[in-house]
Design a protein around this ligand. Structure first.
Ligand code: HEC
Length: 109
């Protein structure tokens, strides 16, 4: 009995985490897309990080990115292609130049 209940609890927990991640991905995308429509350009890597990535990477959803000296080419690949629960971002959301700045910003911090 106990075992069954905890399996159910874990399943419910995993489900709510993935729903939360999907919702946050939508919020982040909507913010980025609205900006792109207005011919918006990100100011720098810090701005993209705080407005898009920090939703998940400063919360409980994604792993911490700072202090790990992540290679910029790795960050760029993950952002463009996504990876499991990490959503992909298109060039209309984060242009190449901003992504390059963002990846360097993450490596430095
Ligand atoms: C909707 C939540 C969400 C958003 C928004 C998000 N990420 Fe992620 N990210 C994740 C999750 C979850 C993972 C872990 C994926 C896995 O391994 O299953 C991840 C993984 C990563 C990784 C790999 C980390 C490692 O330890 O290998 C990088 C790099 C990364 N994200 C960068 C970014 C950047 C840069 C942004 C902003 C443009 C961003 N993410 C926005 C959820 C998100």
């Amino acid at each position: 009995m106990r075992k069954k209940k905890s399996v159910r609890t874990v399943t419910a927990l995993m489900l709510s985490i993935s729903v939360a991640a999907a919702m946050m991905a939508d919020i982040a995308r909507a913010a980025a897309e609205t900006n792109a429509d207005k011919g918006f350009r990100w100011r720098n890597g810090a701005e993209v990080y705080s407005k898009v990535c920090s939703y998940c990477h400063e919360g409980q959803v994604g792993p911490r990115l700072f202090g790990r000296e992540l290679p910029p080419e790795y960050t760029r690949a993950v952002v463009r292609n996504g990876n499991r629960a990490m959503p992909p971002f298109r060039t209309s959301e984060i242009d190449d130049e901003s992504l390059a700045k963002l990846a360097e910003y993450i490596q430095r911090n």
